[in-house]
Design a protein around this ligand. Structure first.
Ligand SMILES: [Zn+2]
Ligand SMILES: [Zn+2]
Length: 296
């Protein structure tokens, strides 16, 4: 699993930071979280083909999170994108999307399905599921969790004792079923061990709220907005954003393993003070930069 940050600025882009977006690549999926203006150019710079993208998750319809969608889709069409792009966003997304695309001529088209989603699980396959919860922002806004499922791995040394190696029946053990092999019973519990799936959570624009803590519960990586430093706490509450300390409090209460801060106000030339403030509350914290990658 690899995460690439494509934009880490709030409201307006700066020389160093583009509008908000990151891409999570996992198996044959490339899930984009938000798509601010200029995201397609950031993909280009990161040498990631837009044709790879399978899903776009939109936290909310403020411009800094969605203005990159039309350009990106136009480019995907030019790349002869063959799949169907699934776009998930809060209630009203279908309407926002069609209004956005009604305003100009698009010659080439791709298959797009837009889903208005609510809280809970909105996608699930064999390998992972996607969940959402409402946040507390000035526009209807969702937090997202990418939850990889636990997997059973075979204890090869153990099954070797029964003369079992490289056989399709091992799939049964991986599915948690006991098997019979050459007259012996092999229990799935003895012959396998569980590898815990990873949980990646994205808390987009919000004031401090319980839902942010709940969705981030036990996250391996919590990517969380920290628009402002602690001295601007009042302004953060008015504009429904988080400060450095509040983001760290969410990570601490949720018992997340790692906190990555993003969506910094363009007023900050450096964000070291934001990281240092957060560090006082939650140790394992870093500030995202455009093109930063995390492998997990
Ligand atoms: Zn924003
Ligand atoms: Zn916003």
């Amino acid at each position: 699993m690899e995460i690439t940050f494509l934009g880490t600025s709030a409201m307006v882009p700066t020389v160093e930071r583009n509008h908000c977006s990151f891409l999570l690549e996992y198996r044959d999926e490339a899930v984009m979280f938000d798509c601010g203006e200029g995201t397609q150019r950031q993909l280009r710079k990161a040498k990631i083909s837009p044709a790879k993208i399978t899903k776009i998750l939109i936290s909310h319809w403020h411009g800094d999170h969605v203005l990159g969608i039309p350009g990106l889709i136009q480019t995907m069409a030019a790349c002869e994108y063959s799949g169907t792009l699934d776009i998930y966003g809060p209630a009203g997304s279908k309407e926002f999307f069609s209004r956005m695309f009604d305003s100009f001529v698009l010659d080439a088209k791709i298959g797009v399905r837009v889903h208005d989603i609510n809280e809970g699980t909105f996608f699930e396959n064999e390998w992972f599921k996607l969940e959402s919860k409402h946040l507390r922002h000035s526009s209807r806004c969702l937090a997202f969790a990418f939850i990889e499922k636990d997997r059973r791995r075979i204890n090869l040394d153990y099954v070797k004792k029964f003369g079992l190696q490289q056989h399709p029946i091992m799939k049964e053990l991986q599915n948690g079923k006991d098997i019979e092999w050459k007259g012996n019973k092999i229990s799935a519990d003895d012959a396998t061990f569980v590898v815990k799936g990873k949980k990646i959570v994205y808390v987009a624009d919000t004031a401090f709220c319980r839902n942010a803590v709940e969705i981030a519960k036990n996250a391996d990586i919590l990517i969380c907005e920290a628009t402002l430093a602690e001295d601007m706490k009042d302004k953060a509450e008015i504009s429904k954003h988080l400060t450095s300390t509040q983001a760290a409090e969410i990570a601490k209460e949720a018992e997340a393993k790692k906190l990555v801060l993003t969506h910094f106000s363009p007023r900050y030339k450096t964000v070291t003070h934001i990281r240092d403030e957060a560090k006082k509350v939650f140790k394992n914290v870093s500030c995202a930069k455009d093109f930063m990658k995390i492998k997990i």
